[in-house]
Design a protein around this ligand. Structure first.
Ligand code: GTP
Ligand code: MG
Length: 170
């Protein structure tokens, strides 16, 4: 084996919040301005170093569109970490995080851990969800919170490192 841990990670959240952009930024170091909605699920692998251990991540990027819900629900099985993403410029995507948490409760593994991500932090002038509100919401649910920008490559590595640490400790 060329790794110490192997974890399956799922990206969930409304369509357009930037799930695919976060994954592609992390694995391919690349950003695309156009939105090509994910069909069903997409998958990539990357190995990271966390506290001197090699953690191999199998990242599953799900489609946010409602019509794919029955497909994406099948991917919670065996998933140790779930990344819940909203868009800081879209209040509705933040409010829907509660619904996505219900999906985790219903379909997720009992021992899975999750993290709340407010993406598109580069779009300060269009912001609809203050950082403090996202932070408070996550705290109330006992979850870690990070604001990211896939576009500017801000906190993307940190996000995967954080969920990796949690998965290692669980
Ligand atoms: P679905 O696959 O439909 O669920 O959407 P998604 O969550 O995968 O969204 P996607 O990554 O395709 O991004 C949607 C749009 O937001 C694209 O036009 C991206 O370029 C843009 N986008 C993603 N992340 C950022 C970001 O950090 N900043 C800015 N400014 N735009 C972003
Ligand atoms: Mg996508």
């Amino acid at each position: 084996n060329n790794y110490d841990y192997l974890f399956k990670v799922l990206l969930i959240g409304e369509s357009g919040v930037g799930k695919s952009s976060l994954m592609i930024r992390f694995t391919d170091e690349f950003f695309m301005d156009s939105h090509i909605a994910t069909i069903g699920v997409d998958f990539k692998i990357k190995t990271v170093n966390v506290d001197d251990k090699l953690v191999k991540l199998q990242i599953w990027d799900t489609a946010g569109q409602d019509r794919f819900r029955s497909i994406t629900r099948q991917y919670y099985r065996g998933t140790k970490g779930v990344i819940l993403v909203y868009d800081v410029t879209n209040r509705d995507s933040f409010e829907r995080i509660k619904d996505w948490m219900e999906e985790i409760d219903r379909y997720g593994e009992k021992n899975c851990c999750s993290i709340v991500i407010g993406n598109k932090s580069d779009l300060e002038s269009k912001r609809e969800v203050p950082k403090e509100i996202g932070q408070l919401f996550a705290e109330q649910h006992g979850l870690k919170f990070i604001e990211t920008s896939a576009k500017m490559n801000k906190n993307v590595d940190e996000m995967f490192e954080q969920i990796s640490k949690q998965m290692k400790e669980t």
